[in-house]
Design a protein around this ligand. Sequence first.
Ligand code: AMP
Ligand code: AMP
Length: 333
Amino acid sequence: MQSASQSVLRSPTPFHLQVMIELPATFSDDLRTKYDTALKDHHLVFNGDSAVHETIESKLEDADMTFHLTELKSLEKRPENGSISDNPFAKPEPELTLLTDYGVNGEFKLVLNKFPVVPYHFMLITNDFVSQNTPLSPKELLATYKILQVLEEGGGDENWFAFYNCGPMSGASQPHKHIQFMSLPEGYTPFTELLARSSDPFIPDQTKEPLQNSHLPFAHFLARLPLNPRETTEEILAMTFVALLQRTLSVLRAHDAEHISYNFCATTKYMMLVPRSKSKHDSLGVNSCGMMGLVLCKNEAVVTMVKLTGFENILKDVGYPNTSGKALDEYCY
Ligand code: AMP
Ligand code: AMP
């Protein structure tokens, strides 16, 4: 397991190269135009119109937690898992491709999600095949941050977040490396945002503990990013990711996990990692969106099950028990 945390610590990109990673200022407008055209010409399938949304409250000890539930019957028609030989990201459709040769070395593409549940959902995909089981590299973290920044500056009302489902139990369906960008439901504030607001920016060294809401039953490690975007360098992003990955690997090791699986969620304000034990609770698949408190149900029976069980207990079942209050050396990797 050590190689996973070590391989992420590659040398930082020299400053003069970072300017090549700036997206055009028109990116948000280009994204809307490309999506609207692809939708009109039936190159993508949006079924969100038939979705029923609901806010659900969980009563926790000393705290309430709000989750956002979406019931979407057309989900049952989404494609099955991809494979290396049958890989839709090897040659993404031009009608869905927003940008080719993006990144410091032109190593990424930006591609619209063909089966979005939320409009304008898109992905950063590596040009060459890279496994979805690998940790995010400093360049991938910087590209993710830059994309989130330009989306925020794009002037829309959306609250964007990025996510990465890493490893076999993370809820990913495609093996080719992809980081996704989606907006939160209007008016919904995830627990992650509240947790990030409760603290000063994280200092990534061995002595500092990331944030974890002790009222939630599952392990999650969150770090607030610097308040000044200029301080959010590739190096800070990489060091923060490694600090969170270290806690994540410690939890996996403490539970004798035979795989490295976790969810990564980020905005321009914070980054969070959540170790995963399994990809599903009964028939309910959970990925990083679930860790942002978004519950996506295929039918009424699943909705009922989620309400009876409590979504926070489902997240514990697909993750691991909360470790807050434990000293790092009790579970340190
Ligand atoms: P995940 O399930 O988290 O691994 O994300 C993979 C995403 O790729 C899913 O949300 C699918 O909707 C999306 N997808 C599947 N096939 C294609 C395709 N041919 N082009 C673009 N996106 C796709
Ligand atoms: P599956 O059940 O395998 O199709 O996976 C659906 C996944 O999407 C679940 O793991 C959810 O965590 C996640 N999800 C939840 N809400 C949303 C949403 N609004 N849009 C896209 N995915 C979501």
